[in-house]
Design a protein around this ligand. Structure first.
Ligand code: BYC
Length: 332
């Protein structure tokens, strides 16, 4: 089972015989479903892989606030504005739990944010696309949060305790996010012809980028073999993507919308939908920083960080003053 000899891009997956006794005991724990906690032994590669994935996930949540935040002041009713505000705030909260989970692995928040702001750290490709009309807010909830849940529900069983536990609450909130997006689009699809056209336009633009969220095909995925052996990843990119397509196509039919994929058809034999090939050239261009909004998104995050510097400085000065006051009281 372990002699896969798969090249993970950094290292290859070690066979049980190649592992040190400590690593063998670690792998045995994982195989038995026993969670790893911050103070437990972990191979350096496990720690680094978790920091990479959790911080990428945290950055995605924070950057993910931008395309939707863009519509808060233009929501068509007070009800929709309140829902959108709550959703965007939830994403901020998810980012914070995830940064905390990453910090338990011995990396500081400043290091993580610096990696984002200097373009070294990735965040999900999906957030580099623009939100052009109000239906895009529905499409993000329905498709983007829908894809996020598909990926995150299995992550509740991730071998690393703080990450798996953070996922439980995140998934509950994402489920509300997905429903609000679908509800928004349902209202538009049952509205005027023009509203329905806006919904179709949003689906046309968000469908393929949503499928890209699951990452490269399994045979191209550098980290999957090792991450799945360590149960950092529970299911493969392609199997999650297939499940997402299978779940979402009937939902599109119910809305009366057409999925923009001429190759899409139900395959009776497989019991799944067949679907067309993703434009991988576009995916890798976006991941490398050349998507429609990469520069704008990063600039917005850097500016927000700089604008908030005085708040962090004041909070730190207050905490230090509080600490020295209590030190003085202890001495007295
Ligand atoms: N975008 O070996 P692979 C959300 C990178 S939802 C950008 O398969 P892995 C939200 C990958 O990082 C979105 N980069 O990697 C929803 C790697 O590069 P590095 C966030 C991508 O890690 C609604 C390389 O490609 N969800 O936050 O095994 C509103 C090779 O890929 C993408 C998560 O982060 C992509 N789409 O699998 C607001 C879930 N796909 O790191 C917010 C947790 C791949 O070697 N993460 N890459 O430079 C995961 O489950 C996994 O990290 C992934 C990728 C499935 C995303």
């Amino acid at each position: 089972m372990y002699a896969q000899m798969v090249d993970t891009g950094v290292d290859r997956v070690k066979s049980m015989e190649e592992m040190s006794p400590e690593e063998q005991a670690f792998q045995k724990r994982i195989d038995e479903g026993i969670r790893i906690e911050p103070k437990d032994f972990m191979p350096e590669g496990y720690r680094k892989t978790l920091i990479r994935q959790i911080s990428q996930h945290a950055h995605s949540e924070i950057v993910g606030m931008l395309p939707e935040g863009n519509w808060v002041t233009r929501a068509p009713s007070l009800k929709r504005k309140a829902i959108l505000l709550a959703k965007v705030q939830d994403e901020g909260g998810h980012g914070l739990y995830l940064y905390c989970a990453a910090e338990t692995l011995g990396v500081s928040r400043d290091e993580l944010l610096d990696a984002l702001h200097t373009g070294k750290a990735k965040y999900s490709s999906i957030f580099n696309y623009p939100t052009l009309n109000w239906a895009d807010i529905g499409a993000i909830g329905w498709l983007v949060d829908g894809a996020a849940i598909m990926n995150q529900v299995p992550l509740q069983r991730c071998s690393y305790g703080p990450y798996g536990r953070a996922m439980v609450r995140i998934c509950k909130e994402e489920s509300f996010h997905q429903r609000q997006g679908y509800d928004l689009l349902l209202a538009m699809c049952r509205g005027t012809e023009e509203q329905k056209k806006m919904a179709q336009d949003a689906l046309n633009r968000w469908w393929w980028p949503s499928l890209m969220m699951f990452g490269p095909h399994d045979d191209q995925s550098a980290h999957s073999a090792q991450s799945m052996q360590w149960k950092i990843k529970i299911e493969s990119n392609d199997s999650l993507r297939q499940r997402f397509v299978d779940q979402t196509v009937p939902q599109a039919e119910f809305l009366g919308l057409t999925v923009p994929d001429p190759a899409l058809r139900w395959n009776e034999e497989r019991g799944h939908y067949d679907f067309g090939e993703i434009n991988w050239k576009e995916f890798f261009a976006v991941v490398k920083g050349n998507g429609p909004c990469n520069k704008e998104r990063l600039q917005a995050r850097v500016e927000a960080y700089e604008a908030g510097r005085w708040v962090r400085d004041a909070a730190l000065a207050y905490a230090q003053k509080h600490e020295s006051d209590s030190d003085r009281r202890l001495v007295a």
